[in-house]
Ligand binder design. Sequence first.
Ligand code: G
Ligand code: G
Ligand code: MN
Ligand code: NA
Length: 255
Amino acid sequence: LELESALAQALTRREFTLHYQPICRVAGDQPYLVGVEALLRWRFNNQPVAPNEFIPVLEESREIVRVGEWVLREACCQVRRWQLAGQSQLYCAVNLSIRQLQQPGFAALLARVLRETGLPPASLLLEITETLLMQDSELMMGALHEIAALGVRLALDDFGTGYCSLGYLKRYPLHVLKVDRSFIAAAPDDADSVAISRAVIGLGQSLGLAVVAEGVEHPEQVAFLVAEGCQLVQGYWFSRPRPATELQALFDGER
Ligand code: G
Ligand code: G
Ligand code: MN
Ligand code: NA
């Protein structure tokens, strides 16, 4: 409860920041940046609090609706700045809470944020989880279709960790599948992990989705993924999530 009241004031106290983690394509010899995922960070009493601690609290209190709007605006604005500074094809991935989608008029808000920040709709990728899809309500389906109609893309995050039936994958307007890092972690040494990640990559591809592997930490994992036809990777191997100012160095050609 203490956390909850602190979080209610965190926006006005400007205690939130965003870190950005690169997503890159590893087709040729040089990996190149295709997008960044915005990740919320909170410093309370000058200490960083783990997202897994405070995000559930934000969702429980519905404060995530206001904070999520701030995240969206901030991330779109930052990525638009990078686009104008030369990264014209860079896309922006933002995590979306079910609470935000449940708000009537979410698509209208989204359209307004895009208009105000100047970010092209096709440059935005909203990440949702399987739990969200399992609500399977008309409302949710309608909201997702409104979002897709704007030209904004949708990604299914942490795929394989929830209880999503495969039927949902076809039913919803999804564009990207993000393979959960738990499957990548033990690959390519562990035979079961290899089998599962191979199956998930194949599933995504046969449904016509772009497949992103999360939690890629080692070059052996990159080689394995490329061999499996998954060229989009995200993880510590390339870069940790970093503040916007630090990412600038990557754009200037450094690793
Ligand atoms: O950034 P990583 O450290 O720890 O993130 C932990 C979890 O928090 C991830 O599941 C991620 O999807 C989620 N998360 C990070 N930023 C946001 C955000 O802006 N909104 C929502 N809803 N979830 C986020
Ligand atoms: O749930 P979601 O996939 O949005 O969460 C992203 C989370 O994954 C963030 O907390 C981020 O810090 C973390 N993350 C990103 N890359 C790696 C990685 O290579 N290894 C591990 N263990 N975590 C990662
Ligand atoms: Mn995510
Ligand atoms: Na993810």
